[in-house]
Structures are given as structure tokens and as C-alpha cells.
Design a protein around this ligand. Structure first.
Ligand SMILES: Cc1cc2nc3c(=O)[nH]c(=O)nc-3n(C[C@H](O)[C@H](O)[C@H](O)COP(=O)(O)OP(=O)(O)OC[C@H]3O[C@@H](n4cnc5c(N)ncnc54)[C@H](O)[C@@H]3O)c2cc1C
Length: 441
């Protein structure tokens, strides 16, 4: 067997999927060189650009990821370099013994209904990216001079969106929400936020912890109609599920008692309704919903419709990846084509581009560890030239790569410009980040 010392791995994407592969390789292939390439100058994917700004405790996982890079001199972060735009898959496979695609699944799925293209209709990736200061979405400009908004979906992302839309500046003081987003939300005339789920309370994907937060907000009341809730969880669930769903049902029952008076905004959770048409002219003016029922685990329409006036619509119905030139792709599933993580000799998949956009940050850990094991077991033959050749390639194209030290300088600048007690004030654009670095050098 060839010693792992001479091996090199490129990981494309520095989100949890990619970072856990790096973490495992440090232990399982000591001496190998690992380059983590990301299209943004900022590392860690959705930890920065997806996880809700008022969930700073969740974002803290970035400290562990940082250590994987800063404590291992053979691991590098190479930001601001995009696979496809700046380098091709063929170039990477010519340079590295293994290439791991962990570039996420950030494209919003669509409802596929009439009227979806109207103004003020957004997918959750775009909307969450907007309030999280993701450079792709800072110019989204949602119009919040509105009375009501509809959020489609009853998973944790939908809960995040409904909650952030209803938070006050005081509640968000300790967060890193984009300034422009907080100002827009604070002065908004928004009164009603409806959250619609196709299925019932037992099938809902939100967790009890997230749901409970909706019941404890400074200036918003969350309501659910008792008539939509079953008396108890069904008997056909296993004991663990019964416990989990039982807690959710208890929280929902608590929410039915909410008093509506005096609070600025109301979040109404409604189950068993599916969107059939977005109403309005150029701008969304409402949504037509169809009542559904769950029979033998299947959700079916009843044919009974009702209209809900709304001037903004946010769909939280999942997302998909897009193909990279030269990499097989499963259009239906919206992920790369792979067999247990192997795409082709020397090319692997990890994270959401491998499994689809489901699961938590932690779900990526074991899965990515498995991918690292595959990589190590596949190392054979003559080692490829490795990172020095990558540097020559990037140098010859005069691309502005962002190192981990550069990222630390960006991070420091964001922390220094924050107003207490906010942890950081995020820079809005890649250009602003590069300007900070140019000034420093
Ligand atoms: C809105 C939202 C909130 C969430 N909140 C939570 C939460 O609170 N708790 C929890 O446990 N889980 C949460 N999750 C789930 C969690 O974020 C995911 O499990 C995880 O981020 C998936 O990791 P990933 O590495 O596959 O993708 P990502 O985190 O998306 O990382 C992909 C990386 O690839 C980079 N990239 C993309 N294209 C290219 C390219 N062409 N070249 C180079 N780099 C590229 C991106 O810039 C990004 O850094 C949330 C998800 C979403 C969408």
C-alpha cells in the first residue's frame, strides 16, 4: 500500500458535509494534504448563510471546523474559488488523488403551480440568504410593506422564517442578522404570518424545540386551532416516535390557548392544506389552498379550496443541487449520481449534494466520516502532483483566492464593526471582503 503521506484531497465546499470529511481525513490519513475549496470567501456554508441568526448557539459548531483548519498545517481553506467558474472537475482530478464534491443543494424547489412567478414570491434559500447576508441574495428586496405573508411548509426552515419575520430588534440584538433585513422587518406593517402544511400535526417535520420558540415571542402570538389537532398520537407509532410526537402535540395544544390581544404580529399554523394557485396580477395578492387529508399515510386533496389574502409568499419546501460539468447528475433527485458516495474513480460526494437537502448538521458527520473511509481505502497507485500544482493553476489564472488567514481578517473586521451585543456585522458583498484584505496587505 502507498503511504498516505504523499496523498492529496480536494474538498469542494466548506459546509458541514465537506468539513466532516476533512476532520476524518486528518485522523485517518495523517500526512495527506487537504485543500477545502469554496466559492465564497467565507467558510462553513449554511452555518453562516442558512442557520437562523437568532440561533447563535447552533452556529458555534464553526469553532470546531475552524480548528480542523487552523490546527493542521496540511489542511488549507481556499475561498473565493468556484468549481466550474474558475476550475474544472478534470483539472482537480488531474491534481488531487481524491476530489470530494460537497457543494450543497442551495436551489429552491418550486411548487409547480400557476402564478408562482409573481413579485414577492420567494424560495426559502433566497429569503433566508437575504436575512443572513448571503452575497447572492442581498439585493432580493422583499416588499414588507404588507399586511400578511404566507409561509408554505411545516419544517424547521418554515419555523425559522416565520419566527425571524416576527422578531423585534430587541430580540435580535444578540444576533448577526443583516442590518438592512432587521430594519425592513422592524418597520414592516406585517400583521399576519400564515404557515401552511400539506400534512397534519403528526407528520409535521418541525422539532419541539423550534415550535416552543414560537410560543415565547416578545411581539408575536402563535396560534393553532384545536379542531386541527388529534386528541392523542396514533397507536401505530413506535415508542420513540410516540414520545417525540407526543411532546409536539402538547406544545401545539398549548399554542391553541394563545391570546391574540396586544401583540404586533400573529403567526397562524394551519395543517392539511396545499397550495394550488398564486393569486394576483404582477404582485402576489393571495394564495388558493386546497384542503387535504392523510389516508393510510398518503396525503390527498379533497377538492375543497379556500383563498388566503397575502402580499408575500415564501416556500419552504426543500431544495436541490445543480450539476457540475463532467459530473453525472440525477435531475429527478437533484443530487449527483453516486454509489454509496463514489461518483467515479477518484471523485466522491458528501453532504447535501450526496443525500439531498434533509437532516441536521449532525447528520452529515457520520455520513462524511464514511466517505473519508472510502477515500482512504481507495488510495492506490502513483500519487498525483497535489496542491502545489493547484497553486500554479490558480496563479496562472490570476484568481484572487482567500486563505484561512484572510478569512480570519474578514471575521475580525466583522466583529470590530458590530454594535454590542451583536457578535458581528456581516459584510454584504465579496467585493467589500476583498477590499478589507487589499487594505490589510
Ligand atoms: C435555512 C436552513 C437552516 C438550517 N438550520 C439548521 C439548524 O439550525 N440546525 C441544524 O442542525 N441544521 C440546520 N440546517 C441544515 C444544515 O445547514 C445542513 O445539514 C448542512 O449545511 C448541509 O451541509 P453541506 O456541506 O452539504 O451544504 P452547505 O452547508 O450548503 O455547504 C456547501 C458549501 O459549498 C460551497 N459551494 C457551492 N457551490 C460551489 C462551487 N461551485 N465551488 C466551490 N464551492 C461551492 C458553498 O459556498 C457552501 O459553503 C439548516 C438548513 C437550512 C437550509
Amino acid at each position: 500500500m502507498v503511504a498516505t503521506q504523499s496523498r492529496s484531497v480536494a474538498i469542494v465546499g466548506s459546509g458541514p458535509g465537506g468539513m466532516y470529511v476533512a476532520q476524518a481525513l486528518v485522523e485517518r490519513a495523517p500526512g495527506s494534504r487537504i485543500d477545502i475549496i469554496d466559492r465564497l470567501p467565507t467558510p462553513f456554508g449554511l452555518i453562516r448563510g442558512g442557520v437562523a441568526p437568532d440561533h447563535q448557539h447552533t452556529k458555534r459548531v464553526d469553532k470546531k471546523y475552524s480548528k480542523t483548519i487552523s490546527l493542521n498545517e496540511r489542511v488549507r481553506f481556499i475561498g473565493n474559488i468556484s468549481l466550474d467558474r474558475d476550475v474544472s472537475i478534470g483539472e482537480l482530478t488531474g491534481i488531487y488523488d481524491a476530489v470530494v464534491l460537497a457543494y450543497g443543494a442551495p436551489y429552491d424547489k418550486t411548487l409547480g403551480i400557476k402564478g408562482e412567478g409573481k413579485k414577492n414570491v420567494f424560495g426559502s434559500n433566497a429569503f433566508v440568504g437575504w436575512y443572513n447576508c448571503h452575497p447572492d441574495f442581498i439585493n432580493l428586496n422583499p416588499n414588507l410593506e404588507i399586511n400578511s405573508a404566507v409561509v408554505i411548509g411545516i419544517g424547521n426552515v418554515a419555523v425559522d422564517v416565520a419566527r425571524v419575520l416576527s422578531r423585534t430588534t430587541t430580540e435580535m440584538a444578540r444576533t448577526d442578522i443583516a442590518d438592512y433585513a432587521m430594519k425592513t422587518i422592524e418597520v414592516s406593517s406585517l400583521k399576519e404570518v400564515y404557515m401552511f402544511g400539506r400534512r397534519g400535526p403528526i407528520e409535521a417535520a418541525f422539532t419541539n424545540t423550534e415550535l416552543k420558540e414560537l410560543g415565547a415571542m416578545e411581539a408575536a402570538t402563535t396560534t393553532v386551532e384545536m379542531a386541527q389537532l388529534p386528541n392523542q398520537v396514533p397507536n401505530n407509532l413506535d415508542d420513540k416516535e410516540k414520545k417525540v410526537k407526543g411532546r409536539i402535540l402538547e406544545t401545539l395544544k398549548e399554542l391553541t390557548k394563545a391570546k391574540l390581544e396586544r401583540k404586533r404580529r400573529t403567526i397562524q399554523i394551519q395543517f392539511l392544506a396545499s397550495p394550488v394557485e398564486v393569486l394576483g396580477n404582477n404582485q402576489v395578492e393571495g394564495i388558493r389552498m386546497e384542503r387535504t387529508e392523510v389516508k393510510d399515510g398518503r396525503c390527498i386533496g379533497t377538492g375543497k379550496t379556500f383563498d388566503v389574502p397575502c402580499q408575500m409568499l415564501i416556500t419552504c419546501i426543500g431544495s436541490r443541487a445543480e450539476p457540475i460539468k463532467g459530473v453525472p447528475f440525477d435531475q429527478k433527485a437533484g443530487i449527483v449520481t453516486h454509489r454509496d458516495g463514489r461518483i467515479a474513480p477518484g471523485i466522491y460526494a458528501a453532504g447535501w449534494v450526496k443525500r439531498g437537502a434533509v437532516g441536521t448538521i449532525g447528520t452529515n458527520r457520520l455520513d462524511s466520516y464514511g466517505v473519508a473511509d472510502l477515500i482512504v481505502s481507495d488510495f492506490k497507485g502513483k500519487a498525483k502532483p497535489g496542491p502545489d500544482n493547484f497553486d500554479s493553476l490558480i496563479g496562472s489564472r490570476k484568481l484572487r483566492q482567500v486563505s484561512f488567514d484572510d478569512w480570519l481578517a474578514i471575521k475580525q473586521s466583522e466583529e470590530e464593526t458590530a454594535t454590542e451585543p451583536a457578535p458581528r456585522q456581516k459584510l454584504n458583498t465579496v467585493e467589500q471582503m476583498i477590499e478589507i484584505l487589499n487594505k490589510k496587505n
